[in-house]
Design a protein around this ligand. Structure first.
Ligand code: URA
Length: 242
């Protein structure tokens, strides 16, 4: 590939910035200064360095975002900010997109990648990727709701697969409950609709996990980071392919 494309892909800067850096003799290929943007390199074998720092060319990138409320988990929207607006230029340049959707008022774990195959596998019903949500509920969830979730809640247009409802606490005075809900599907508003089918209402929804990935408690709302090697290995072992 062309050296300038490689440098842009690595997040060194825009094409114009990269040209300037090259002209200023700040790039080496296998230890030799290279100034031509057109220079052809083998991105797997050649050692490219900028300001003496070796670059690593990645095709696929993976980010874990703690999605805040108020942003849309899409790549563009006419009215609202999207999760891409939270990312820096390097991540955006890689053309990442969210793996699945969270409602605008849901917060928590969202995986972003430019690996379409991985996204497809994570969302495939065949892969049975568990998603766990913590929900604050208006109303008291009870044992009969736990059983309804386990049996598969019937909604107007489909019957949900069996799901796990764990009641963490109830506040009789406030008439609220805190629960964890584990589902394997990801239909539109699914958790909210399942809770509504039990006659109660979700007032706050946070995604805690997706498959082997857990929400990182050190990530503030709106913050994101690359997946660690350990998380990437877990994804691989999970069988979604990287
Ligand atoms: N279920 C919902 O109702 N909303 C979400 O954002 C995710 C799951």
């Amino acid at each position: 590939m062309r050296l300038d494309k490689f440098l842009v892909d690595c997040g060194v800067g825009s094409r114009t910035e990269v040209k300037k850096i090259l002209k200023n003799k700040q790039v080496t290929v296998n230890g030799q200064v290279e100034t031509s943007p057109k220079c052809q390199i083998d991105e797997k074998a050649d050692q490219v360095a900028v300001f003496g720092q070796l670059l690593n060319h990645e095709t696929f990138v993976y980010y874990l975002l703690n999605k805040p409320k108020g942003v849309i988990s899409a790549t563009e929207d006419d009215r609202h900010r999207t999760v891409l607006d939270l990312l820096d230029d390097t991540a955006r340049h890689k053309e990442v997109f969210p793996v699945g959707r969270l409602d605008i008022d849901t917060h928590g774990l969202l995986l972003l990648t430019n690996n379409g195959q991985l996204a497809h596998a994570m969302l495939s019903p065949k892969k049975h990727v568990d998603k766990c949500y913590r929900a604050r509920i208006e109303g008291i969830m009870n044992q009969s709701d736990v059983e309804r979730f386990a049996a598969g809640i019937e909604l107007k247009d489909f019957t949900c697969q069996p799901a796990e409802l764990t009641i963490l606490s109830v506040d009789e005075g406030q008439q609220t409950s805190l629960v964890d809900i584990r589902i394997r599907e990801g239909k539109f508003h699914q958790v909210k609709r399942m809770v509504a089918a039990c006659g109660k209402e979700v007032v706050d929804l946070q995604r805690l996990s997706m498959g082997p990935l857990l929400l990182d408690p050190d990530l503030a709302l709106g913050d994101y980071r690359r997946l660690t090697e350990e998380e990437l290995t877990k994804l691989e072992e999970f069988g979604v392919g990287l």
